[in-house]
Ligand binder design. Structure first.
Ligand code: NAD
Ligand code: WQD
Length: 343
């Protein structure tokens, strides 16, 4: 065993896939999640894939007493991966205080607990949303941070600053900020995946629900952008690849021989931009399932195009996206069929 990692938000979409990869790499995992956006049943999926059921606490990261109890019960926790956050961009515009409270306070509580318990490091879930519409593509970690377009996006920027200031003040731990691009797909077993509640706001769950007949038609938000086919471009990263980046990050933090800096930031993307229309076409080709769609007006606040320069992660973290877009879309469809058996 390599040590125990505390994974907040570990029953969520990215957290559950990361838990699987941590277990597969020999770590013990303790999950804390308040189940505000996930289902405890996901633990069964993790166990079916790995043969191990991680220790689970239904607890809120904002609850200092609960956090203290968990750290005290597991003095072997050497690293933290902090996924727990509210993540719906639209909802954050309606309920900014909920987002600022949940996303800012939870990080502060976790960092304070780490200091008290001598935890060696934290990997934090940041987002390419901090770049806004970059002037240069692909975007590198040196690109300027742009004014956030939503309270959600702002919480990611402030969270990064909280981590940065804490490290600069000499905190006795290391930190890695991972800026995810657009995570999609599911575990190849189709035993875990993304569980959107209500009407999905993100492209892939809406697309797979449309393919499954749950939604009538997918709306493509704009075909008049300055891109080759007029639709927006993103860097879609397979969720298992993304999960593996967390294992690399935690290994880097925990290996003193590497002498890595106290704070590092990495883009986690493929380096390839894919348009909305190209994505729909690829999905149809690889699954053979049609996706009824129509072009509608632009969605307010959408970035025209963004994709990662992943060189820093490739060279320093030793991580590279490996899954093809075709396999990733197949996995998203297999997961949709798993949760909608009639599809
Ligand atoms: P998710 O909603 O599936 O997972 C987040 C988990 O955190 C959920 O299980 C939820 O119940 C839990 N949670 C929320 N607040 C909590 C709290 N106060 N205490 C304990 N648990 C709490 O989301 P995800 O897609 O897996 O995202 C994980 C992280 O990655 C988030 O920080 C998100 O902002 C970030 N991120 C996600 C994306 C994306 O597109 N999915 C992109 C960039 C960054
Ligand atoms: C992708 C593309 C849409 C739905 C958001 C957050 C970002 C991040 C990930 C966390 C865009 C188009 C979508 C639909 C469509 N998360 N689209 N029809 O907007 O890149 O990023 O999620 O940090 O912060 O803003 O992802 O999946 O919503 O959209 O045409 O029904 O699909 O316009 O071009 P986005 P998305």
């Amino acid at each position: 065993m390599k040590g125990t990692i505390l994974v907040t938000g570990g029953t969520g979409y990215i957290g559950s896939h990361t838990t699987v990869e941590l277990i597969n790499s020999g770590y013990q995992v303790v999950i804390m999640d308040n189940l505000s956006n996930s289902n405890v049943e996901v633990l069964k999926g993790i166990e079916a894939i790995t043969g191990v059921c991680p220790t689970f606490y239904e607890a809120d990261c904002n609850d200092e007493a609960a956090v203290e109890r968990i750290f005290s019960a597991h003095p072997d926790i050497c690293g933290l991966i902090h996924f727990a956050a509210s993540k719906a961009v639209g909802e954050s515009v309606q309920k900014p205080l909920l987002y600022y409270r949940n996303n800012l306070l939870s990080l502060i509580v976790m960092l304070e607990a780490m200091q008290r318990h001598g935890t060696k490091g934290i990997v934090f879930s940041s987002s390419c949303t901090v770049y806004g519409q970059p002037e240069q593509l692909p975007v590198t970690e040196q690109a300027p941070i742009q004014e956030a377009l939503s309270p959600y996006g702002n919480t990611k920027q402030i969270n990064e600053e909280i981590v940065r200031d804490t490290i600069h003040a000499g905190a006795p731990f290391k930190a890695i900020l991972l800026r995810y691009f657009n995570p999609i797909g599911a575990h190849p077993s189709a035993l875990i995946g993304e569980l959107p509640l209500g009407v999905p706001q993100n492209l892939i769950p809406y697309l797979t629900q449309t393919a499954a007949g749950i939604r009538r038609e997918l709306s493509v938000f704009g075909d008049d952008y300055n891109t080759p086919d007029g639709s927006c471009i993103r860097d879609y990263i397979n969720v298992v690849d993304l999960a593996k980046a967390h294992v690399k990050a935690i290994e880097r933090i925990l290996n003193p021989e590497l002498g890595s800096p106290a704070l590092e930031t990495f883009n986690v993307g493929t380096g390839r931009g894919v348009s909305v229309l190209e994505l729909i076409r690829t999905f149809e080709q690889v699954t053979g399932v049609p996706v009824p769609h129509k072009i509608v007006g632009r969605r307010e606040g959408d970035i025209e195009q963004v994709w990662a320069d992943p060189k820093h992660a490739n060279e320093v973290l030793g991580w590279k996206a490996e899954e093809s877009l075709a396999d990733t879309l197949r996995s998203a469809w297999a997961w949709q069929k798993h949760i909608t058996p009639k599809a």
